[in-house]
Design a binder for this molecule. Structure first.
Ligand SMILES: [Fe+2]
Length: 296
């Protein structure tokens, strides 16, 4: 891998919802849009920006319970999806935990075409009751996390710019679907997401919310566990990025102790230096479930 590619892969995982949480800020509306930064790969592509705006309008006009209108993806963008699948398929076979692989099989994505949120949402809802709803862009962590309590996962619908298929400076439909939607087709992982939402609703202080957000980061986003004597990923930030999966064995592994995890700082702009590893899927599920249920 060249340095350039490595740098590109490096930020593929970044989920800005959990970054720089601005916890003291007033919670903003779920459809708050953040303008494209001049460094964004799509900044100088007027067609891409127009398409992003159309997709943002879908979310802004969306009312819960309605079918989600289809996003207008181009052939170049479907090729992004194809490129990502080529990189991810072998990485998933080697590094994804069995629960994730089963869910992936269940959702049966077309490797040639970006699926529409409406079709993925239907499949996920049939398994766990979770629904996907479109958002125009980034939302405040509290808004994002609290919606989980209602079995709703707020999804961006746009896709990264086609010039950088393995890089995105923000969560996009690839991360949402290949990461989160797949795990929400697991009854147990969906339950944990719901419990996170309920715990956030009971959390008043910014400091406590930050502790919960760290636990979310090191489990739902970057969790690993042992399976058949190997370290496997169940975290969505790892599972939606071939670069992250390749690099996860460079991380220092620490036992999953959620009190310690809740006070461990992370740097979202680099591969994770430390990952918290459960002894098994069952061990992760029980620990996280107990932790969230007793969270005050
Ligand atoms: Fe994420």
């Amino acid at each position: 891998m060249t340095l350039k590619n490595n740098e590109q892969l490096l930020r593929d995982h970044v989920d800005m919802r959990m970054v720089g949480t601005g916890l003291e800020e007033i919670v903003s509306d779920r459809n708050t849009i953040i303008q494209l930064d001049p460094d964004h790969p799509g900044f100088r592509d007027p067609e891409y920006r127009a398409r992003r705006n159309r997709i943002a309008q879908i979310a802004m006009g969306y009312r819960p319970g309605q079918p989600i209108p289809p996003a207008p993806y181009t052939d170049d963008e479907h090729r992004v999806w194809q490129t990502i699948w080529k990189a991810l398929k072998p990485a998933h076979e080697e590094y994804a935990c069995a629960e994730y692989r089963n869910c992936l099989h269940r959702l049966a994505f077309d490797p040639d075409r970006i699926p529409q949120l409406s079709e993925v949402s239907k499949k996920v809802e049939a398994v766990s009751g979770f629904r996907l709803e479109p958002v125009a862009g980034l939302v405040q962590p509290r808004v994002f996390l609290e919606s989980l309590a209602n079995g709703i996962f707020l999804c961006t619908q746009y896709i990264r710019h086609y010039s950088t298929p393995l890089y995105t400076p923000e969560p996009d439909v690839v991360h949402e679907i290949i990461g989160h939607a797949v795990t929400l087709a697991s009854k147990r992982l969906a339950e944990l997401n719901r419990l996170f939402g309920e715990a956030v609703k009971r959390t008043k202080s910014p400091q406590a919310l930050e502790r919960l957000a760290r636990v979310y980061w090191f489990t739902i986003e970057f969790g690993v566990l042992r399976e058949d004597g190997k370290v496997k990923a169940y975290g969505t930030g790892l599972l939606s990025s071939a670069g992250e999966l390749e690099e996860m064995h460079q991380a220092e592994l620490r036992p999953l102790d959620l009190q310690i995890t809740s006070s461990h700082n992370y740097d979202p702009t680099h591969y994770q230096a430390v990952l918290f590893c459960a002894d098994s899927f069952e061990d992760m599920y029980q620990r996280l479930r107990d932790f969230l249920l007793s969270w005050q």
